[in-house]
Write a protein that binds this ligand. Structure first.
Ligand code: N01
Length: 543
C-alpha cells in the first residue's frame, strides 16, 4: 500500500456516517476548520439505523434522549413522534442532521475502509478503501459503531437453504413481505425480541428457535404528546447535562435502596409499579443492588419469571421461556412490546434448541435433534461480533507495522477506550474500554467527540505531532475495566459483552461499567493533567 499513489491529503479521516461520524465531521470541519474525509460503507448516512431495518426495530432509549446536542435549535425543532424512536424515524432524524449541516459534501459513500497504516516517517495515516482510495491524514477517527459486524452462526448446511435468509442487521431496504410464509427465526436477543411479535402478525407461521431464554420487561411504547415534548424542550439543557453525568446516559434518578432492605410486600409493589411503567426503569428505578448482589437480583429475576407464567397460557411454553441459567441484567437488559404474549398465538411455535439443538439447515428448512421444520424464510437474529469485530476486519497497522488485530488477539487493549498504545493519532469513538454500549449511545458518542477534538485542538496549538497512549497507562486502564466488571453480575452470563457469542473470541468484558459520569470525569482529569498517561510527540516533520 505504501507504493500506492495518494489520492487525497486531509487533516482527518473519519470512518462511518452514523451518529459518531456525523458529529465528528461537523465538529472538526465546521468548528475547527479542518479538512475531513468521511468514508461510509452504506449508500447514505445512518450507521446502525441504516442497516438494522428489521420489523419492529427501534431504540430502547427514550426519543428525546437519543439525539445530538451540538445545536440547540436542532433540539428545539425536531419533533419525535413516539416514546421510543423507531428505526425509520431515527434514520429520518440523521438524514435531517446531514442535510441541515451539509454533512454529506465531504463524505464518500458505498466505500469501505479496508486498511489504515501509520507511516512513522511522516507521522500520518495512509487510509485505503475498497474503491481504491489512498488518503493521507494526520488523524484517523473511527466511528464504526459497536455492533456493526453481523454474526451468522456457522450451522451445518447454512448456505444450502433454498429460500431467502436474512440477518436482522442487514435487512433489505425494500422490506420483506412475510405474508403467507413459514418463517423460522434463530435468536432471542434484542433483535429477536423486537422483531418476533411483529413478524408473528405477518407470517403464516413463525417458528422461534430459542437457545437461551431472556428476561424482558414491557417497553410500554406509545406516542408522545406535544405537551410532554414541549416540557422537555423547556428543560433540555438541564436534562442532557444530568444525563452526561449519570450512570447510563439518561436523566432518570437511580434507586438508592437495596432490594433486601424492604419487606416482600413492598418489594413486590415496587416491581409491579416499574413493570407497569415499563422500560429500563425496571432496572434503574427499583433497587440499587440488582446488578451487583445475587440475592437482590434473584428477587427481580423471579418477579419476571412469575410475569412470564402469568402471560403465557401454555405452562410448558412458559417454562421454556423463563430464564434460569443467568441472572436478570447480566446480559443486555431487554424491553419489548407483547413479546411473551406472542407465544399465545396459534401461528407461533417455540422450538427449544437448547434441549434439542439444530443439527442442520437443509434446502427446505431447519432440522433439530427432534424435529424437522419446513420453512420459506430464515431470519438470523443472531447478533454481532461486537466492539472489536469491525476493527479486526480492517488492516490497521501502527508503529513497526504492528497490526491492531494482533495486539488485540487476547482481548482489546485501550487506554480510556479511545486510544491504543502503538497507534498514534488513532481515536476510537466509543471503543472497547469505554461506557459505550452500557449507555445511551449519543451521550457517550458526544463525550468522545468533545474529548477527541479537545486533544486535537491541543495538538494543533502546541505543535504536537503524535498523541499516543503509554503502555503502562493502558495496562492499568484495562485492569481497572476488568476489575470493575468482576464486581458485577455481568461475568455470570455468556453474553456478547464478553465475546461469548463468537467462537474462539477471547472472553474479556469489553465495555466500561463505571458509568458515563465517572468516566467523563476521568477523561477530563486526564486532559487537565496535561494528558496524563499519553506521550505527546513534538513536531519534527511537517504535518
Ligand atoms: O444479538 P444478541 P441481537 N444457535 O447477541 C442466538 C443491540 N440492539 O442482535 O443467547 C442458536 O443479543 C443467541 O442465543 P444465546 C443491543 O445492545 C439494540 O439481538 O447465545 N442461537 C441469542 O438469542 C443488543 O444487545 C436494540 O444462546 C444462536 C441471539 O442469537 C445487541 O444489539 C435492538 C446462535 C443473539 O442475541 C445485539 O442484539 C437490537 C446459534 N449458533 C439490538 N448464535 C435496541 O436498542 C446466536 N444465537 C432496541
Amino acid at each position: 500500500m505504501s507504493n500506492t499513489p495518494i489520492t487525497e491529503t486531509v487533516d482527518a479521516v473519519v470512518i462511518g456516517a452514523g451518529f459518531s461520524g456525523l458529529a465528528m465531521n461537523r465538529r472538526l470541519r465546521d468548528d475547527m476548520g479542518m479538512s475531513v474525509r468521511v468514508f461510509e460503507a452504506g449508500h447514505d448516512v445512518g450507521g446502525t439505523w441504516y442497516w438494522n431495518r428489521y420489523p419492529g426495530a427501534r431504540c430502547d432509549s427514550e426519543s428525546f434522549l437519543y439525539c445530538l446536542t451540538f445545536d440547540k435549535q436542532l433540539m428545539q425543532d425536531w419533533e419525535w413522534s413516539g416514546k421510543y424512536p423507531e428505526q425509520p424515524e431515527i434514520l429520518r432524524y440523521l438524514t435531517h442532521v446531514a442535510d441541515r449541516f451539509d454533512l454529506r459534501s465531504n463524505m464518500t459513500f458505498n466505500t469501505r475502509v479496508t486498511s489504515a497504516h501509520f507511516d512513522e516517517s511522516t507521522n500520518r495515516w495512509l487510509v485505503g478503501t475498497d474503491a481504491g482510495d489512498s488518503v493521507s491524514a494526520k488523524y484517523l477517527i473511527t466511528g464504526v459503531g459497536c455492533l456493526s459486524s453481523t454474526q451468522k452462526p456457522n450451522i451445518k448446511g447454512r448456505d444450502s437453504f433454498a429460500g431467502p435468509s436474512y440477518h436482522t442487521g442487514e435487512w433489505p431496504h425494500e422490506g420483506v413481505d412475510l405474508t403467507g410464509k413459514r418463517v423460522g427465526v434463530i435468536g432471542t436477543g434484542s433483535s429477536g425480541v423486537q422483531s418476533i411479535p411483529v413478524m408473528a402478525k405477518q407470517a403464516e407461521h413463525l417458528y422461534v428457535f430459542q437457545r437461551t431464554p431472556n428476561y424482558t420487561v414491557p417497553a410500554r411504547h406509545g406516542t408522545v404528546t406535544k405537551a410532554s415534548l414541549d416540557e422537555v424542550k423547556k428543560n433540555y439543557d438541564a436534562i442532557m447535562e444530568k444525563s452526561r453525568w449519570s450512570t447510563g446516559g439518561s436523566h432518570y434518578d437511580m434507586s438508592e435502596i437495596s432490594a433486601m432492605s424492604v419487606s416482600d410486600e413492598e418489594r413486590e409493589a415496587i416491581y409491579e409499579r416499574a413493570w407497569a411503567e415499563g422500560g429500563f426503569k425496571f432496572l434503574q428505578d427499583t433497587f440499587n443492588d440488582i446488578a451487583v448482589n445475587l440475592d437482590a437480583n434473584a428477587t427481580a429475576s423471579e418477579f419476571i419469571r412469575k410475569k412470564i407464567r402469568e402471560i403465557v397460557k401454555n405452562p410448558a411454553v412458559a417454562d421454556k421461556l423463563a430464564p434460569v441459567d443467568h441472572p436478570f441484567a447480566s446480559k443486555r437488559p431487554l424491553i419489548d412490546t407483547d413479546y411473551f404474549d406472542t407465544y399465545n398465538r396459534d401461528n407461533v411455535t417455540l422450538v427449544d434448541i437448547h434441549a434439542a439443538p439444530i443439527e442442520e439447515i437443509t434446502p427446505t428448512g431447519i432440522r433439530t435433534q427432534d424435529g424437522t421444520y419446513d420453512l420459506d424464510i430464515i431470519v438470523f437474529a443472531t447478533g454481532f461480533d461486537a466492539m472489536t469485530g469491525t476493527y479486526n476486519k480492517m488492516d490497521i497497522r501502527g508503529r513497526n507495522g504492528l497490526a491492531l488485530k494482533d495486539v488485540w488477539a487476547a482481548g482489546p487493549l485501550t487506554y480510556l477506550g479511545v486510544t491504543s498504545a502503538g497507534f498514534p493519532n488513532l481515536f476510537m469513538i466509543t471503543g472497547p474500554g469505554s461506557p459505550s454500549v452500557l449507555s445511551n449511545m449519543p451521550v457517550s458518542i458526544e463525550q468522545h467527540v468533545g474529548w477527541i477534538s479537545g486533544v486535537i485542538e491541543h495538538m494543533r496549538s502546541a505543535g504536537i505531532s503524535t498523541f499516543e497512549a503509554q503502555e503502562q497507562a493502558q495496562t492499568d486502564w484495562v485492569a481497572h475495566v476488568n476489575d470493575l466488571a468482576s464486581q458485577t453480575l455481568f461475568m455470570q452470563a455468556n453474553s456478547w459483552y464478553l465475546g461469548a457469542n463468537v467462537p474462539g473470541k477471547p472472553r474479556v468484558f469489553m465495555p466500561y461499567v463505571g458509568g458515563v459520569g465517572t468516566y467523563r470525569q476521568k477523561c477530563d482529569e486526564v486532559a487537565a493533567a496535561g494528558y496524563e498517561g499519553f506521550t505527546l510527540g513534538k513536531e519534527s516533520v511537517s504535518a
